[in-house]
Design a protein around this ligand. Structure first.
Ligand SMILES: [Ca+2]
Length: 156
Protein backbone atom coordinates (compact mmCIF):
# COMPACT_ATOMS: atom_id res chain seq x y z
CA UNK A 1 0.00 0.00 0.00
CA UNK A 2 2.74 2.38 0.95
CA UNK A 3 4.54 1.63 -2.31
CA UNK A 4 1.35 2.30 -4.30
CA UNK A 5 0.91 5.61 -2.52
CA UNK A 6 4.50 6.54 -3.26
CA UNK A 7 3.95 5.75 -6.94
CA UNK A 8 0.78 7.85 -7.02
CA UNK A 9 2.59 10.73 -5.33
CA UNK A 10 5.49 10.39 -7.73
CA UNK A 11 3.10 10.47 -10.68
CA UNK A 12 1.45 13.60 -9.28
CA UNK A 13 4.80 15.30 -8.76
CA UNK A 14 5.95 14.40 -12.26
CA UNK A 15 2.59 15.54 -13.67
CA UNK A 16 2.76 18.87 -11.86
CA UNK A 17 6.37 19.51 -12.73
CA UNK A 18 5.64 18.81 -16.39
CA UNK A 19 2.55 20.96 -16.77
CA UNK A 20 4.31 24.34 -16.79
CA UNK A 21 6.75 22.88 -19.28
CA UNK A 22 4.17 22.26 -21.98
CA UNK A 23 5.03 25.49 -23.74
CA UNK A 24 8.70 24.57 -23.59
CA UNK A 25 7.91 21.12 -24.91
CA UNK A 26 6.14 22.58 -27.96
CA UNK A 27 9.09 24.91 -28.48
CA UNK A 28 11.47 21.97 -28.30
CA UNK A 29 9.44 20.16 -30.95
CA UNK A 30 9.74 23.14 -33.29
CA UNK A 31 13.46 23.28 -32.61
CA UNK A 32 13.77 19.56 -33.26
CA UNK A 33 11.94 20.01 -36.56
CA UNK A 34 14.17 22.93 -37.44
CA UNK A 35 17.23 20.87 -36.58
CA UNK A 36 15.97 17.94 -38.63
CA UNK A 37 15.48 20.18 -41.65
CA UNK A 38 17.13 23.55 -40.97
CA UNK A 39 16.98 24.67 -44.60
CA UNK A 40 13.31 24.02 -45.21
CA UNK A 41 10.87 26.93 -44.91
CA UNK A 42 7.13 26.37 -45.15
CA UNK A 43 5.26 29.52 -46.17
CA UNK A 44 1.56 29.45 -45.37
CA UNK A 45 -0.09 31.29 -48.26
CA UNK A 46 -3.77 31.40 -47.26
CA UNK A 47 -5.55 31.78 -43.93
CA UNK A 48 -9.02 31.18 -45.39
CA UNK A 49 -10.27 29.00 -48.22
CA UNK A 50 -10.29 30.26 -51.79
CA UNK A 51 -13.90 29.67 -52.84
CA UNK A 52 -14.62 29.07 -56.48
CA UNK A 53 -17.70 27.04 -55.66
CA UNK A 54 -20.47 27.61 -56.51
CA UNK A 55 -19.28 29.79 -59.37
CA UNK A 56 -19.47 29.94 -63.14
CA UNK A 57 -16.62 28.83 -65.40
CA UNK A 58 -14.26 31.75 -65.93
CA UNK A 59 -14.29 32.69 -62.23
CA UNK A 60 -10.80 33.57 -61.01
CA UNK A 61 -9.37 34.26 -57.57
CA UNK A 62 -5.82 35.08 -56.66
CA UNK A 63 -3.70 35.57 -53.57
CA UNK A 64 -0.40 37.27 -53.06
CA UNK A 65 2.49 35.82 -51.09
CA UNK A 66 5.76 37.48 -50.18
CA UNK A 67 8.72 35.15 -50.73
CA UNK A 68 12.36 35.60 -49.89
CA UNK A 69 14.18 33.57 -52.53
CA UNK A 70 17.69 34.32 -51.33
CA UNK A 71 19.75 31.10 -51.42
CA UNK A 72 16.67 29.10 -52.39
CA UNK A 73 17.67 26.08 -54.43
CA UNK A 74 14.36 24.22 -54.77
CA UNK A 75 10.69 24.74 -54.04
CA UNK A 76 7.48 22.81 -53.72
CA UNK A 77 3.85 23.69 -53.45
CA UNK A 78 1.28 21.95 -51.28
CA UNK A 79 -2.35 22.38 -52.26
CA UNK A 80 -5.49 21.05 -50.63
CA UNK A 81 -8.24 21.17 -53.18
CA UNK A 82 -11.92 20.43 -52.72
CA UNK A 83 -14.20 19.02 -55.41
CA UNK A 84 -11.72 19.29 -58.26
CA UNK A 85 -13.38 16.75 -60.55
CA UNK A 86 -10.75 16.82 -63.30
CA UNK A 87 -7.38 18.49 -63.79
CA UNK A 88 -8.84 20.76 -66.49
CA UNK A 89 -11.53 22.03 -64.13
CA UNK A 90 -8.95 24.02 -62.16
CA UNK A 91 -6.07 25.98 -63.62
CA UNK A 92 -3.42 27.34 -61.29
CA UNK A 93 -1.18 30.20 -62.31
CA UNK A 94 1.88 31.54 -60.54
CA UNK A 95 2.84 35.01 -61.71
CA UNK A 96 0.92 34.26 -64.88
CA UNK A 97 2.62 30.92 -65.54
CA UNK A 98 0.22 28.04 -65.82
CA UNK A 99 1.18 25.18 -63.50
CA UNK A 100 -0.64 21.94 -64.19
CA UNK A 101 -2.18 20.22 -61.20
CA UNK A 102 -1.36 16.52 -60.76
CA UNK A 103 -4.26 14.04 -61.13
CA UNK A 104 -3.95 13.18 -57.41
CA UNK A 105 -5.78 16.47 -56.70
CA UNK A 106 -8.96 15.01 -58.20
CA UNK A 107 -11.64 14.38 -55.59
CA UNK A 108 -15.33 14.48 -56.43
CA UNK A 109 -17.14 16.29 -53.59
CA UNK A 110 -14.12 15.69 -51.40
CA UNK A 111 -10.73 17.03 -50.47
CA UNK A 112 -7.30 15.99 -51.61
CA UNK A 113 -3.83 17.29 -50.79
CA UNK A 114 -0.95 17.21 -53.24
CA UNK A 115 2.66 18.33 -52.99
CA UNK A 116 4.85 18.69 -56.04
CA UNK A 117 7.99 20.54 -57.09
CA UNK A 118 7.72 24.06 -58.48
CA UNK A 119 10.20 25.30 -61.04
CA UNK A 120 12.08 28.19 -59.41
CA UNK A 121 11.74 30.13 -62.65
CA UNK A 122 8.06 30.83 -61.93
CA UNK A 123 8.80 32.43 -58.56
CA UNK A 124 10.22 35.86 -57.94
CA UNK A 125 11.72 37.79 -55.08
CA UNK A 126 9.00 39.63 -53.14
CA UNK A 127 5.33 39.42 -54.04
CA UNK A 128 4.11 36.43 -56.00
CA UNK A 129 0.58 36.04 -57.31
CA UNK A 130 -0.99 32.60 -57.16
CA UNK A 131 -4.25 32.37 -59.06
CA UNK A 132 -6.92 29.75 -59.53
CA UNK A 133 -9.27 29.71 -62.47
CA UNK A 134 -12.50 27.72 -62.65
CA UNK A 135 -11.72 26.69 -66.18
CA UNK A 136 -14.26 24.06 -67.19
CA UNK A 137 -17.48 22.84 -65.65
CA UNK A 138 -16.40 19.23 -66.09
CA UNK A 139 -19.48 17.01 -65.74
CA UNK A 140 -21.60 20.04 -64.86
CA UNK A 141 -19.70 20.78 -61.65
CA UNK A 142 -20.25 24.13 -59.95
CA UNK A 143 -16.56 24.67 -59.27
CA UNK A 144 -14.02 23.93 -56.58
CA UNK A 145 -12.29 25.36 -53.53
CA UNK A 146 -8.73 25.56 -52.29
CA UNK A 147 -8.61 24.85 -48.58
CA UNK A 148 -4.89 25.09 -48.01
CA UNK A 149 -1.93 26.45 -49.91
CA UNK A 150 1.71 26.36 -48.86
CA UNK A 151 4.96 27.11 -50.61
CA UNK A 152 7.99 25.21 -49.37
CA UNK A 153 11.41 26.74 -49.92
CA UNK A 154 14.67 24.81 -49.61
CA UNK A 155 17.95 26.63 -49.05
CA UNK A 156 21.51 25.42 -49.16
CA1 LIG B 1 -15.88 20.57 -58.95
Amino acid sequence: MKTNLQIILLCLIVGISQSPGRGLSAETQINDEALASPKKQVVQVIQAAIQLRPREPGAFESVSVNLDLENVTASEITITGYDIDAVDEAVMTINGNEIGLPPEIIADMGGSTVTFPLPLTVLKQGNNEIGFLFSKAVGGTSGFAIYDLKVVLHRQ
